[in-house]
Design a protein. Structure first.
Length: 131
């Protein structure tokens, strides 16, 4: 399958591990459907029985056809170890003054800045299409 090929590509040198699978929401729900009418087994459970196991499965529309510029739905498999990829946060979260209403509810302004993902090893990421 495409997922098996992607895992093999990420792990080919024995340096990286395919820890995270990123799918469109539709592809994720399709992996949870039974493979056929005669079995309750899903594609995700079948992959796990074949030794393909992900620590994390992420659903996002960012890799859907409408948003990725590839003309097809995409998927990603990556080693999500913080040594490899992490979110760059140039300003930690800061909290404003609490505002308490008459019923005791509290509102508070929270600010944080994110600079996106910092990818140190691009070879730890596989992006495929057509899943």
């Amino acid at each position: 399958t495409d997922i098996h090929k992607a895992c093999t590509e990420v792990e080919k040198d024995g340096i990286f591990r395919a820890r995270t699978l990123v799918l469109t929401p539709q592809a994720y729900w399709d992996m949870l459907k039974p493979l056929n009418d005669m079995s309750e087994s899903t594609l995700l459970s079948w992959l796990q029985r074949q030794g393909v196991f992900f620590e994390q499965v992420i659903k996002t529309n960012a890799i859907a056809t409408a948003h990725n510029g590839l003309g097809k739905n995409a998927f990603m498999i990556l080693d999500s170890d913080p040594e490899i990829i992490e979110l760059c946060v140039p300003m930690d979260i800061t909290l404003g003054q609490p505002d308490t209403d008459f019923a005791g509810g509290v509102k508070m302004l929270a600010r944080e800045r994110c600079a996106g993902a910092m990818l140190r090893y691009p070879e730890a990421v596989y992006i495929g299409t057509g899943i």
